[in-house]
Design a protein. Structure first.
Length: 386
């Protein structure tokens, strides 16, 4: 059994396989990875990963035409479970507070509703036949996604209120709308498989779904045994659906022929988009391809489309809450606006990813400027440049 080394910044030994801060001899997963029996170790093996592996995520665009209704149904089921149980938690909390104000003894109060994921799941299973009689149409993982999000939100609010959570104070969870917020569903159990033809992904209850791009990079890793799928998440970004496949992959060593900077230490500042090393400044990346430049170029088209959407009004129909003849035109214009926003965001994300990869591969030490990004974004005229 390889002995664990002390992780930087931690006191005492840490599990070399997963950094779970358990001694190397007490980690069940690490023991099994090294060929040693892990029974009786007293440490949950599900929390550990094998030595030399890291957690990464690959994104694959799903062809949505044949499965748009099913994908939206699973995301809607997650939102419904979140809102239903949030209303139940709020009602129970308010009822108990009212009963205390009336002088009811604690042993006679309405039974409290637990905020943990197992407690929320038990209550949901008891209520789902009445609250959602259509629940068999979607995978159980869809409802578990909403319940897990609610449990995390309630825990963050409670920890922030009690001073156990750093950062800005978290607010009590609010109901989710179908028109705002992220639309996603996560699968952790069931059949999650990349098909051999490199163009299909199989998910629980959704079946086999065709992808836009090839999945050969992930499939080759799975066939070689250097990767394993842990879960899959379907998410809508703009007008497209994506399938995020996180998993454990073997760590890749930096090749000897990779370009190296002559300056091992690099300092990065967010203000001017420059990174400096030993008195010399270099722009990562070029201004023509930065997210700020992309946002400025798209601003003119965005203004034109928003004015076009504001002018698309037909004659008022008293029988409907909408204006006749304008629904289709407004929907088409809004779809173009969404595509424009998504295009600018994708370019900015790609540029930042390439810049950070270049910095990490060419320098040994990177010093980042401490910057109040939230304060800079709040200033008028500076939000698009940060």
């Amino acid at each position: 059994m390889q002995r664990a080394k002390a992780a930087p910044g931690l006191v005492g030994p840490s599990c070399y396989a997963c950094n779970c801060r358990a001694p190397g001899d007490a980690c069940g997963y690490a023991a099994r990875a090294a060929g040693v029996a892990g029974e009786g170790s007293g440490w949950p093996a599900s929390k550990c990963r094998t030595a030399g592996w890291c957690r990464r995520t690959g994104s694959h665009s799903i062809r949505v035409r044949p499965s748009r209704r099913a994908l939206a149904a699973h995301a809607g089921a997650a939102r419904f479970a979140f809102n239903h149980m949030l209303a139940h938690v709020a009602a129970v909390t308010s009822q108990r507070a009212a009963e205390r104000s009336y002088g009811v003894p604690d042993d006679q109060l309405t039974p409290a509703q637990g905020w943990s994921l197992p407690a929320l799941r038990r209550e949901w299973n008891r209520r789902k036949d009445v609250a959602a009689p259509w629940w068999p149409e979607c995978s159980k993982e869809a409802y578990n996604t909403g319940l897990d999000s609610l449990a995390r939100a309630l825990r963050n609010w409670c920890d922030s209120r009690d001073g156990r959570r750093a950062g800005p104070r978290a607010r009590f969870p609010r109901f989710r709308s179908r028109r705002a917020g992220k639309v996603s569903c996560r699968f952790t159990t069931g059949m999650i498989r990349v098909e051999p033809d490199r163009h299909h992904i199989t998910l629980p209850r959704l079946g086999t779904i065709r992808t836009h791009e090839s999945t050969r990079k992930l499939a080759r890793r799975l066939e070689a045994g250097t990767a394993r799928i842990l879960s899959a998440t379907i998410r809508r970004q703009g007008a497209r659906w994506f399938c995020l496949v996180p998993g454990d992959r073997g760590r890749k060593a930096r090749p000897a022929h990779a370009p190296q900077s002559v300056f091992p230490v690099c300092g990065c500042g967010c203000g001017g988009g420059r990174s400096a090393g030993r008195g010399r400044a270099r722009r990562y990346p070029d201004r023509a391809s930065t997210g700020t430049a992309v946002a400025a170029a798209a601003q003119g088209r965005l203004t034109r489309l928003q004015r076009q959407a504001a002018r698309q009004h037909g004659p008022f129909d008293p029988g409907t809450p909408y204006q006749a003849g304008a629904v289709t035109a407004v929907a088409a214009t809004q779809a173009r606006i969404i595509r424009l926003y998504t295009h600018a965001a994708s370019i900015r994300r790609d540029v930042l990813h390439k810049a950070t990869t270049t910095l990490a591969s060419q320098h040994q030490v990177i010093v980042v400027e401490t910057l109040n990004v939230a304060g800079c974004s709040a200033r008028a005229g500076h939000a698009s440049g940060v």
